[in-house]
Structures are given as C-alpha cells and as structure tokens.
Design a protein around this ligand. Structure first.
Ligand SMILES: *Cc1c(COP(=O)(O)O)cnc(C)c1O
Length: 463
C-alpha cells in the first residue's frame, strides 16, 4: 500500500521519512462510511450518533472505554452474507471474532450458522439458543472433555485437525453411541496476502493436515474406516484480512483435486467443502473490501468450474466470515486524557484504555483510524499517535492519525472497525477492567456484555 506524506501534516523530516501515515483528510470532521458502522452520523450539534444515540450520552450513561455495536448494521451484514450465498451454501459466523449471547441470537434469527473453537464458546452458543446442528466445532487441540461435550450436544460438525483427533473423536462418538459428522481441515500450501502471524495456510503451521506428501489423503482413508465418523467434507482456511480472491482460487483447485482423488480411490463423492473465512474489511480509507455478493459469486464460480473439470458433482459450499461481519459494526469509544507533544517527533494522545481492549496494533501492526466524536473542530490537523494507559511502550492503539490540533483532555474520540478480535482478545493487563459492549439500535442503547468490576477481578484472587 503506498502512502503519501502531506505537506500540511507533520513538520519534521524524521517523522515524514517514516511515511506510514495517510495524508490528513480534507475534512477532519467527515466520517468515511467505509470504516464506520452504517448508522453512524453527526447530529446538528456535531456530536457523532450511532443508532440515533449520541456518543456523549453513551459515555455519560455507560462510561468509557466502551465498545459500541450497531445492531442494525450487524444484522444487515449477517443477512447480506446469508442472502449472497443462498440456499445451496452455508454461512458460519466465526464466533472467535466476537461472541456474546445477543450476537448468537441475532445470527440464529438471520439464518446463519456458527463456528466455535472452545467448550466455553460452545456453551455460550447453546445457552443463547443456537441449534446444535448449526454449530461447527474447531480447534487444533480440542480436549477430550470438549469433544465429548460437542458430540453429546449434537453439533452439526466437528472439524478434525490432526491424525490423533480422527481417532479421538471416533472413539468418543462411538462410546456415546453416536456417528459424528466431521470435516477434515487440510492445509493447501496457499499463503494469503497478509501479515505473517495471521496467515494460516503455510504448511509450517499448527493448523490442519498438509495436503503435501499425501497426508490429507491418508487422513481421509483413516476417517472413512471409522464407524464413529461420518466424513462430510474437506475444510480449508487460508488466512485473514484477505482482499485478493486468487488465494481462494488456488485453495479451491487443490481441495477439489483431493475430492477427485477420494472419488477415484474410494468411490465416494464428499458432499461438502468449506473454504473458511478471512475476508478483509476496511480499517482505514485505503482498504477496499469486496461485497458479500461478489465473494459468493466468485467462490461459487471457482468451485463449479473446478468440479466440472474433475467431473464431480458440485459440493455444498460453506464459508466462515468472522471479521467481515462483525468488524465494521463496532467502534471503541475513549476519553482523551494526557496529551504530550514531543518536540520534533509527534504528539502522543493517551486514552483511558489501550492494548487491553485492542491488542491488534501491538500484535499485528494493525492500522486503524480515529476521529473526534464529541464535537466538531475547525482546527488544523495534528499528527498524533493514540496510545493507551498501560505500562508498556508498545501500548499503541492507532500508530499514526490526524486529529484536530485543539484536541483536549475530556474530548471523546472513537476508533472504528473494532468489532472483531478486540473484545474477544481483551486482557486484564495492569488489572484493566474489560470494557462493556453496548448494542445500539433505534434510539436505544443496552449493555450486552457488562463492564468488568473490581469485584469481578478480586473474586478470582482467592489469596
Ligand atoms: C479465524 C477463522 C475464521 C474467521 O476468520 P476471519 O478473518 O474473522 O473471517 C474462519 N474459519 C476458521 C477455521 C478460522 O480459524
């Protein structure tokens, strides 16, 4: 991605030479609809509102920091995925991106399925009424207790991730008198174009069984022999924050190649393939994600073409978007605290949260944008780094961004596109109390996950 320095931005060559910030937008008060949830706008007083509720009211009533989730937007995105894929495909929302009982109910109502990857995520899903047969259970190291719970609950599929697990799941299913529907997760040697630590289809990685060297074919051979398992398909997940469909093209080609081998060897045509998740969203105005209908069309064309070439019936496709559904639907609301201009460098703006509520910047070098949301301003753009309040110099929320130069303690700022992997990866570092998730819709806000309290933390500390 190329970035250009703006002459009206920072005034120092050493900062300019780093060059990894965008130019200031023409109007600092404007909110790019690409990165903000659908119902976000400014009211007549210049205060940002979401679902008709001003952020100043949210801060007053619920405190900061807080994750603010636009319910109408969440439902609209879930529905768009469901509609785009139609009746011949399934959309599994990847619960690890953000999971709460409210979200599970919305998904159930909108006709989506759900991926979980721990016993507790499974418990959350079941407790909110997601039918077990619409749940897929993932993970590279599922415990025997988790497998028992999943099989016992009747989950629609378990995605097998290793040779040991093939035997383990078969054994547990048999001992419970069940035949468990399973897929085998394979790694196809596709590297998605994204940060190394979040790419997951190299073969040198912990997930899946490599296609290379006939290992995936051997896994299929073993699974087909076991009475406790009903092998329904092959699974591939190639990475995250992907914009380019060509990775899926290669993955589908290789998965269908395996289906053909299976047909030739066993006379069995597996009925399903799962192409995973990983579709990108706009974190900043520079990102241009595709719409669900474009993705659905591309994937279905790729699979159909590959299957025709292999003379296979086209299997039922499933996909597992997490970030692409929930990511854009929420922002994090912070109050500005200390502002520290460093002569010749940049201005550090501290907020009342940080890496405990958004680890992605520190972990993946993720880029975010930020805006002043409690008022508008006509002041000059100021190059800032938004940092948290933790005892760690890598505690950065937004590396480089422009905010108005008259920014002051007590102002509210918000970081958009924090719906995915922020609350779900939040920590209690420095005994931070994890922020609440507020769902806003039609002029009303409600807490769907409450703020942690000191009592919550002290209760765990049994001395
Ligand atoms: C993480 C993950 C997903 C979701 O990834 P997103 O980038 O949030 O879309 C889907 N499937 C599997 C197997 C995953 O591990």
């Amino acid at each position: 991605m190329s970035r250009s320095a703006h002459p009206a931005g920072p005034r120092h060559a050493d900062v300019l030479s780093e060059g990894h910030y965008a130019a200031p937008p023409a109007d600092l008060n404007s909110l790019d609809p690409k990165v903000w949830a659908q119902t976000v706008t400014r009211d007549a007083d210049g205060v940002v509102t979401v679902g008709g509720v001003p952020v100043t009211r949210l801060a007053e009533e619920f405190g900061t920091p807080a994750y603010v989730l636009d319910e109408a937007d969440f439902r609209a995105r879930a529905r768009a995925w469901r509609t785009a894929f139609g009746q011949d495909a399934d959309v599994f929302y990847a619960g690890k991106a953000f999971l709460s009982r409210a979200v599970v109910r919305w998904l159930a109502e909108e006709g989506l399925n759900l991926d979980v990857c721990s016993g507790t995520e499974l418990a959350t899903a079941l407790s909110a009424g997601m039918p077990a047969d619409r749940i897929a259970f993932h993970g590279n190291n599922k415990s025997a207790a988790e497998i028992e719970r999943a099989v016992g609950a009747g989950v629609g599929r378990i995605v097998l991730d290793s040779f040991q697990e093939i035997v383990r799941v078969a054994h547990i299913a048999q001992s419970l008198g069940r035949r468990q529907r399973v897929q085998i997760r394979i790694t196809v040697g596709v590297e998605a174009h994204t940060h190394e630590f979040i790419a997951t289809a190299h073969e040198d990685q912990k997930f899946g069984i490599p296609l290379a060297g006939g290992q995936a074919a051997e896994a299929v051979r073993r699974a087909l022999k076991l009475d406790g398992l009903e092998l329904i398909g092959i699974h591939s997940h190639i990475g995250s924050q992907i914009f380019d469909m060509s990775g899926f093209e290669v993955a589908a080609h290789r998965v269908v190649g395996l289906l053909r081998e299976i047909r030739d060897e066993h006379g069995v045509e597996l009925p399903e393939i799962d192409l995973g998740g990983g579709l990108g969203i706009a974190y900043t105005s520079d990102d241009d994600p595709r719409e669900p209908h474009e993705i659905a069309k591309a994937l279905s064309e790729i699979v159909t073409r590959e299957c025709e070439a292999a003379r296979l019936r086209t299997p039922r496709i499933s996909v597992e978007p997490g970030r692409a559904i929930v990511g854009p639907t929420a922002f994090t609301l912070y109050e500005v605290g200390t502002i520290k201009p460093l002569e010749g460098l940049r201005t550090y703006v501290s907020v009342d949260g940080g890496m405990s509520d958004n680890i992605r910047t520190a972990l993946y070098d993720a880029e975010y944008s930020v805006a002043l949301v409690s008022r508008t301003s006509d002041a000059e753009p100021l190059l800032v780094r938004v940092v948290g309040k933790h005892c760690e110099s890598g505690d950065i929320v937004v590396k480089d961004a422009f905010l108005p130069a008259d920014l002051a303690p007590g102002d509210l700022i918000a970081v958009p596109a924090t719906g995915a992997y922020c609350r779900s990866m939040a920590s209690n570092y420095n005994h931070a109390l994890r922020p609440p998730v507020l769902a806003v819709r039609d002029g009303a806000a409600r807490v769907v996950v409450r703020r942690e309290t000191e009592d919550d933390l002290l209760r765990l500390d049994v001395g």
